[in-house]
Design a protein around this ligand. Structure first.
Ligand SMILES: Nc1ncnc2c1ncn2[C@@H]1O[C@H](COP(=O)(O)OP(=O)(O)OP(=O)(O)O)[C@@H](O)[C@H]1O
Length: 210
């Protein structure tokens, strides 16, 4: 279980976050919404343990994966090696299987620069899920993709989330994306940003959305 209770987060003299709390179980997806600059990425970094400089507590599992906005791939390694180097316990067969799941079965020996942006994003997704994370953090992984490619990626992410059931924290600007992927939303607003009261962890019903 992920348990987040952030009392305050400051950058220097500026308070950016105040009183942001939530819990997240395996198999659940929580979307974090809010306008640009509100503090979504800051929250994500605190939850991920990248930034420890805050007041409050975060409890999260060891097995965690993050998919960033821009694919952070090893450019000088083949697609398959991008999985095997990050997950040394993974067999080559399992890595190939994961690449096939994201539609890159025939691209295993290609280098990231030989892949389209959509394919690079799918490789990032494959790399994240290949480690069977208990916590998956998605930082706007569908931005700047064309509509059809984004829709494919969202469907693929949904399939992998159902199969591998991580607890997922999904940062997005797009309410429609949130509706498609998440069970709940947490909207940040104000200065310092806090959870919008009326929207305090709104429940979505996925059946309605699909
Ligand atoms: N390292 C830093 N030092 C000082 N201020 C920072 C730092 N990182 C972020 N900020 C500030 O904190 C605020 C929140 O930034 P953050 O990146 O978390 O917003 P965001 O909601 O993720 O924005 P976007 O949707 O545009 O990515 C912004 O005002 C930003 O300028």
């Amino acid at each position: 279980m992920i348990s987040v209770d952030i009392k305050t987060k400051n950058y220097g003299q500026t308070r950016v976050l105040k009183d942001v709390s939530f819990e997240l179980q395996r198999g659940q997806c929580l979307a974090v919404l809010g306008k640009s600059g509100i503090g979504k990425s800051t929250l994500l970094r605190l939850v991920a343990g990248i930034d420890h400089d805050f007041e409050g507590t975060v409890r999260r599992p060891e097995a965690m994966a993050i998919v960033f906005q821009e694919p952070t791939l090893l450019l000088w390694r083949r697609a398959i090696d991008n999985l095997l180097i990050i997950h040394p316990q993974l067999s080559e067969a399992a890595a190939r299987d994961m690449l096939a799941k994201v539609g890159l079965g025939d691209k295993a020996d290609m280098y990231p620069k030989q892949l389209s942006l959509g394919q690079q994003r799918r490789l990032s997704l494959a790399r994240a899920f290949a480690g069977h994370p208990e916590l998956l953090i998605l930082d706007e992984p569908f931005v700047s993709l064309d509509e059809a490619t984004a829709a494919d990626m969202i469907a693929l992410t949904q399939t992998l989330m159902r199969e591998l059931t991580p607890a997922t924290l999904f940062v997005t600007h797009e309410k429609e994306e949130a509706r498609q992927l998440a069970d709940r939303t947490l909207e940040l607003a104000g200065s310092p940003a806090t959870v919008v009261p009326d929207c305090k962890i709104t429940e979505f019903r996925r059946e309605e959305a699909s």
